[in-house]
Design a protein around this ligand. Structure first.
Ligand SMILES: *[C@@H]1O[C@H](CO)[C@@H](O)[C@H](O)[C@H]1NC(C)=O
Ligand SMILES: *[C@@H]1O[C@H](CO)[C@@H](O)[C@H](O)[C@H]1NC(C)=O
Ligand SMILES: *[C@@H]1O[C@H](CO)[C@@H](O)[C@H](O)[C@H]1NC(C)=O
Length: 308
C-alpha cells in the first residue's frame, strides 16, 4: 500500500497493472472507434457510472471495466487511480441509481446534482447508447425538473433544489451531445446564448450562413434558418452578425458569400444587369439592386425593364 505522501504520478502505474478486464455491455461506450482512418485510436480511460473503485478502459473501440487497487478510486481530474483520502478524489459518494430507486417510495426522484435531470424508477429502458445512467432521465432543453411538482417544466417556473447545477446552455444537456462519431458536435448545431441579450444572434461557428438562434434569459430557445429571399426563392437570406437580422444576399458582399454587385470599373449613373438574374439590376456607384416585374428582364441598352 502506498503511503499518502507518494507522488500522484505513481498512481498512473496502476492503470496498466490492475486488470479486471471484464467487458460490460451495460457500460455506455464512449470509446474512440476503430476506423480505416484510425485503426489504432489513442487509449481512453473514463469513470465507471456507479462505482468509484472501478474505471473503464477502451480497447479496440470496446469498453472494459477495470478495478483500481485497494484503497484507491478513479479520478476524472487526473485520469488515474488516486488515494481515497487524497485531494484528487473527486468521486461523488452517490448511491447507485438502482439503490436510489429501491430506497425511494416515489417513482420520480429529483436528481441530486442536476436540475434538468431526474430518476424515473419505472423506466427500465436500455441506456447504453446514452450518457444517462440506469433510470436517469433528462428533460427536453431548456426545461427543468421541478423538485416539488416532480415534472419537467419551463425553466422560467421550475423550482430547482439547492445545490443542484442548472443547465443553461443546450450542450449542458447530455441528450444533446453526440454518442456516435457521425454526428455534428453539439456546439456547432446548438449555439450557446450565455451572456447574450435577448433576441436574435448569429451562430458564431457558422457566420454569414442562414443559421441563427433566438436567445431568451441566456437560453437558446429557438434554432432558426433564414427564409428564402424574393423574388426567385433560389437562395436563402443570410444572417448578418452586424445587423442581427436575415438580409438578402444582394446586400452582402461576395467575400461573405453574398451576391452584392460590384461597381468597380463600372460607369457611374448607369444601371447594370446582375450576373445571377436578368430580372435583377443595380445602380452604380451605390450597388443597390432593383427587380423587374414578372415576365420582364433588364436591358442595359435601354436602361429599363422590357417584356421578354
Ligand atoms: C482488496 O481487498 C479485498 C478485501 O477487502 C481482498 O479480497 C482483495 O484480494 C484485495 N485485492 C488486492 C489486489 O489486494
Ligand atoms: C417513466 O417511465 C415510464 C415507463 O417507461 C413512462 O411511461 C413514463 O412516461 C415516464 N415518466 C416520466 C415523467 O419520464
Ligand atoms: C445571464 O448570464 C449572465 C452571466 O453570464 C448573468 O450575469 C445574467 O444575470 C444572466 N441573465 C439572466 C436573465 O438570467
Amino acid at each position: 500500500m502506498l503511503p499518502p505522501s507518494t507522488p500522484i504520478t505513481l498512481a498512473f502505474v496502476f492503470l496498466v497493472g490492475t486488470a479486471l478486464a471484464q467487458y460490460d455491455s451495460d457500460i455506455v461506450n464512449k470509446c474512440p472507434q476503430v476506423s480505416p482512418e484510425d485503426p489504432n485510436p489513442d487509449p481512453l480511460y473514463y469513470s465507471h457510472p456507479d462505482d468509484c473503485t472501478k474505471y473503464v478502459s477502451c480497447a479496440f473501440g470496446l469498453p472494459y471495466v477495470m478495478e483500481c487497487p485497494n484503497g484507491t478510486v478513479f479520478s476524472d481530474v487526473i485520469t488515474g487511480c488516486v488515494h481515497e483520502e487524497g485531494p484528487y478524489n473527486k468521486c461523488a459518494k452517490r448511491p447507485e441509481n438502482k439503490a436510489t430507486c429501491q430506497a425511494g417510495s416515489r417513482n420520480l426522484i429529483p436528481h441530486p446534482d442536476f436540475c434538468q435531470r431526474y430518476y424515473n424508477c419505472s423506466d427500465h429502458s436500455d441506456k447504453r447508447m446514452s450518457y444517462l445512467g440506469k433510470f436517469e432521465e433528462e428533460c427536453d432543453y431548456p426545461d427543468l425538473f421541478d423538485y416539488v411538482l416532480l415534472k419537467c417544466m419551463s425553466f422560467k417556473v421550475a423550482k430547482c433544489a439547492e445545490g443542484t447545477k442548472v443547465g443553461v446552455q443546450p450542450c449542458d444537456y447530455v441528450r444533446n451531445q453526440c454518442v456516435s462519431s457521425h454526428c455534428e458536435p453539439c456546439s456547432f448545431r446548438a449555439p450557446s446564448c450565455l451572456g447574450k441579450p435577448d433576441g436574435l444572434h448569429e451562430n458564431t461557428i457558422k457566420l454569414w450562413t442562414p443559421f441563427h438562434v433566438r436567445c431568451e434569459s441566456n437560453r437558446s430557445v429557438e434554432f432558426l434558418e433564414c427564409p428564402f429571399q424574393p423574388p426567385d426563392s433560389r437562395f436563402r437570406m443570410l444572417f448578418s452578425p452586424e445587423r442581427k437580422a436575415c438580409i438578402p444576399l444582394w446586400e452582402i458582399p461576395k467575400e461573405k458569400s453574398g451576391l452584392q454587385p460590384d461597381c468597380a470599373e463600372k460607369e457611374e449613373g448607369r444601371f447594370f444587369a446582375t450576373d445571377e438574374s436578368d430580372r435583377v439590376f443595380y445602380d452604380c456607384p451605390f450597388s443597390k439592386v432593383f427587380f423587374c416585374d414578372k415576365e420582364e428582364v433588364f436591358s442595359e441598352e435601354s436602361q429599363k425593364c422590357v417584356q421578354t
